[in-house]
Design a protein around this ligand. Structure first.
Ligand SMILES: [Zn+2]
Length: 100
């Protein structure tokens, strides 16, 4: 039981850390407390997602695996941030990916 609680705590810590690291970092004071001011789409490119389908039999055993690709689009943005600590305004390129 303690092992499961430890695992959950570690997962939550990793999630918080990942969320923190994905935030924009101020180039002047290095703090991650910036607020997004605006974002501008700068371009997009076609990508493909690798997917995997598994077929299982009645008892849950995998009897076949199918690999395929799905088309998607990666969109590029120039996002403008303002640092809450020192007031620096900076631009960061960000991307989003979605299936089409
Ligand atoms: Zn700053």
């Amino acid at each position: 039981m303690e092992f499961i609680i430890c695992g959950i705590v570690v997962l939550i810590a990793i999630a918080i850390l990942a969320a923190y690291l994905s935030k924009a970092k101020c180039p002047r004071c290095r703090k991650r407390t910036a607020t997004q001011l605006s974002s501008r789409k700068t371009g997009s490119t076609r990508i493909s997602f690798k997917k995997k389908d598994t077929v299982t039999n009645g008892s849950g055993k995998v009897i076949r695996t199918r690999h395929y690709t799905r088309p998607g689009i990666r969109t590029y943005y120039d996002v403008t941030y303002k640092c809450n600590a020192c007031g620096e305004v900076f631009v960061r390129e960000e991307t989003t990916e979605c299936e089409i």
